[in-house]
Design a protein around this ligand. Structure first.
Ligand SMILES: Nc1ncnc2c1ncn2[C@@H]1O[C@H](COP(=O)(O)OP(=O)(O)OP(=O)(O)O)[C@@H](O)[C@H]1O
Ligand SMILES: [Mg+2]
Length: 417
């Protein structure tokens, strides 16, 4: 029944020829690129070469994730927001495969750039729309643990796929669109000398601005560690990394918002607020950024869930807010971790209940180790949507040793929190 419903859905969105093309592309694995490859490609490749790569790679990444959307629990697939989303993806897929057999004349290249721009615009609200779809499901159905696990598994892969496609599209348009700004040290989105302290300060100040708006106060910051290092010429310079600054900004902004909210909620507005402490370190392999707050910490039964989408201890703001909220969607941590993992970094939380929290961001120092991490649609991923959660084999039935986590519904968590 599930397959019929899915097939019907797809047939409505795609004509038989496009459906066949989708099947074809989804058989290829995405080709992950390293930051080094992005840089080399950006410095030396022509627009034509980029076009030739993208006209295959983008449909491959799109079709892989479109196939996975179809594996979602049938009642989630039927939610209005998910249908809208599938429609956007189908439209973009159709747009891209029109370039399949085209030459690379000037007109084609221009039209390809325009197509990428329109895909970017069409997909602007993908994150909110998918979140809305899950909320629609939660409001209209009882979501069991297995469905919840499948959704969490899917969202990580779906959003990672989106991050990666946006990266590819940005690289091409920033470098080759007719009014591309080439008078910059950046190579597309990547800054070969991304100054960590500047990104930290920008993220901190914007989070503090929001915090002031909500609580009329905000904690200060102290940056420690290897803020200044000696370059090859022995001159002292600010610590830098080869990285796309918007990704790092996204991660840090979310972490600062969380730390500020926790600090103000714990210490009250009147008292002197403890500073948020940032530690910077760069080794041969990893750059580490630790953000420590004294915001009371997170009890361990909640820490297990902080990386779940839509899990929040703040009241849920509107999906179309008039002013930017400080917290409440439960998307900050899981999305930030994806950004960190995208180039093989990571984000972890260490919390000390009753005291505070350390959030540590790890990024790769070496550009050839910073490789894209991409979801692949295959039998293994397909199985994940059907595998039942192992039945309880410990005295505490919510403890699932193989997954190392307690399985309890986010709604239960909200009540406990
Ligand atoms: N530094 C912190 N100190 C205390 N609790 C925290 C901290 N960071 C996260 N949390 C807890 O984890 C939950 C999830 O955080 P997350 O950033 O994912 O979502 P959110 O802040 O609630 O909403 P938003 O999507 O707007 O960021 C928070 O609601 C909060 O309860
Ligand atoms: Mg948050």
């Amino acid at each position: 029944m599930r397959l019929t419903a899915v097939a019907r859905n797809l047939q409505k969105l795609l004509d038989p020829k496009s459906l066949k093309t989708l099947d074809h592309y989804s058989q290829f694995n995405p080709s992950p690129l390293t930051i080094q490859q992005f840089i080399d490609f950006g410095r030396t490749a022509s627009e034509e070469e980029s076009f030739t790569f993208l006209k295959k790679e983008l449909p491959v990444r799109l079709s892989n994730i479109m196939k996975e959307i179809n594996l979602l629990p049938p009642n989630l697939l039927q939610m209005p927001s998910v249908t809208i989303l599938q429609d956007w993806y189908s439209e973009s897929f159709r747009d891209l495969v029109t370039f399949e057999d085209t030459d690379s004349s000037r007109t084609t290249l221009l039209s390809f750039c325009q197509t990428l721009k329109s895909i970017q615009t069409r997909h602007t609200n993908v994150v909110q729309t998918m979140a809305q779809g899950v909320l629609e499901l939660q409001e209209s159905h009882k979501v069991d643990n297995q469905t919840d696990m499948a959704i969490q598994y899917f969202l990580d892969r779906f959003y990672m796929s989106r991050i990666s496609m946006r990266m590819l599209i940005h690289q091409h348009t920033l470098l080759f669109e007719p009014d591309a700004d080439l008078n910059t040290r950046r190579i597309g989105m990547i800054d070969p000398a991304c100054k960590l302290k500047s990104v930290i300060m920008e993220a901190f100040q914007n989070a503090a601005f929001l915090c002031e708006e909500y609580y009329s106060c905000a904690p200060d910051i102290e940056i420690k560690g290897q803020t200044m290092v000696r370059n090859e010429k022995g001159k002292k310079v600010g610590l830098s990394l080869v990285y796309p600054p918007p990704h790092l900004y996204h991660i840090l902004f979310e972490l600062f918002k969380n730390s500020m909210r926790a600090t103000v909620e714990t210490h009250g507005k009147a008292a002197e607020l403890p500073e948020i402490e940032v530690l910077l370190a760069k080794g041969e392999h990893d750059v580490s950024i630790r953000i420590s707050d004294q915001g009371g910490g997170i009890p361990r039964h909640i820490t297990d869930h902080t990386f779940h989408y839509l899990v929040s201890t703040a009241p849920r703001p509107s999906m179309t807010p008039t002013k930017a909220p400080l917290a409440g969607y439960g998307y900050g941590l899981p999305l930030s971790r994806l950004y960190a993992r995208y180039f093989h970094g990571d984000l972890i939380l260490n919390s000390y209940d009753g005291y505070g929290t350390d959030a540590v961001v790890y990024l790769k120092t070496l550009t050839h180790e910073a490789s894209e991490l991409l979801p692949v649609f295959n039998k293994t991923s397909t199985r994940q949507y059907r595998t039942a959660i192992p039945t309880a084999d410990w005295t505490d039935p919510s403890f699932t040793a193989s997954r190392g986590l307690h399985v309890s519904r986010p709604s239960q968590l909200k009540k406990a929190a």
